[in-house]
Design a protein around this ligand. Sequence first.
Ligand code: HEM
Length: 138
Amino acid sequence: MSLDAEALRDSLALVASREPAITKRFYEILFERYPAARPLFSHNAPERQQKMLQDAIVAVVDHVEDASWLQETLSAMGAKHVEYGVTEEMYPWVGECLLATLAEIAKDAWTPRVERAWTDAYGAISGLMLAGAKRAAQ
Ligand code: HEM
């Protein structure tokens, strides 16, 4: 997997320094655009969910050059998401809303290169998660 690690790291650092609660804003956008996703998030307090998602994004960006870590971690995470009731068609919802959140906070720093880096990264992440989900379903 060849991802633009530098653009991912720099943009995430910038966004996190401007808005520590990135994922709080992400959930607002997700539930506004895709209200059908809301009932799935009922097991944990919103603050805990926000922290778990933020930690997961940071961990993925930290390991973006470690293909075996990505493969193992994300396929296991994809399998767990089946149990949460997450289906394949929901992955583009989350990708769209995650990118919208980052773009909103990054403002002028949301350049075509950064947008491409996140589009490619989310495509790779969701591909590995879905592969794990499919293996778990067999
Ligand atoms: C980049 C892709 C994604 C990442 C990194 C991610 C990350 C996480 C993490 C870290 C957790 C905490 C539990 C665990 O480790 O399994 C979680 C839970 C969850 N995720 Fe995701 N997720 C992603 C995509 C999605 C998608 C597409 C949906 C669909 C709406 C979704 C819905 C959920 C739900 C419903 C839970 C459980 C919440 C609860 O227990 O209340 N996730 N996710």
